[in-house]
Ligand binder design. Structure first.
Ligand code: FES
Length: 152
């Protein structure tokens, strides 16, 4: 068996050939494949479909689900649900921002982390909670989160 072939934009577009209203599913597939939707991907989609680049841009900026930036290597989800919020999620978030030299949610300049805000990760008894690459870290203190981040 040969190795896995990289999926191209053309492969994705071809999958939806002749289907009406295919733009959103195409964009969802592109994001699933590449993690985000780059300008180059938008140009490619426009080249192979009847959609104009400006229309595709319009759709990607309208729907929050579409990301226009390559995600960081590690994903940090900061819970800002009620339980986490009242027990000091903001303190933890400030430590994360401080440690990673960030002022707001988004990607660190070195591309190592993406910090996102989420509402309730479903483990409120462990508040305040952060999820990193799918792993839950609970009952966080500033010291604890500093140590956890160092391990990445
Ligand atoms: S509010 Fe944070 S896990 Fe529920």
């Amino acid at each position: 068996m040969s190795g896995t072939k990289e999926i191209t934009i053309l492969d994705i577009v071809n999958k939806y050939q002749g289907k009406k209203g295919a733009l959103i599913p195409i964009l969802q597939d592109v994001q699933k494949t590449y993690g985000y939707i780059s300008n180059a991907s938008i140009e490619e989609i426009a080249k192979h479909t009847e959609y104009a680049e400006s229309d595709i841009f319009g759709v990607t900026t309208f729907y929050a689900q579409f990301k226009d930036e390559k995600p960081g290597k590690h994903n940090i989800k900061m819970c800002q649900g009620t339980a986490c919020h009242v027990i000091g999620a903001d303190n933890i978030l400030n430590v994360i921002f401080e440690e990673l030299n960030m002022k707001d949610y988004g990607n660190t300049p070195d591309g190592k982390f993406t910090i996102e805000e989420v509402a309730c990760l479903g483990c409120c008894s462990l508040a305040p909670v952060v999820m990193i690459d799918g792993e839950v870290f609970g009952k966080l203190t500033p010291d604890k989160i500093r140590k956890i981040l160092k391990a990445y």
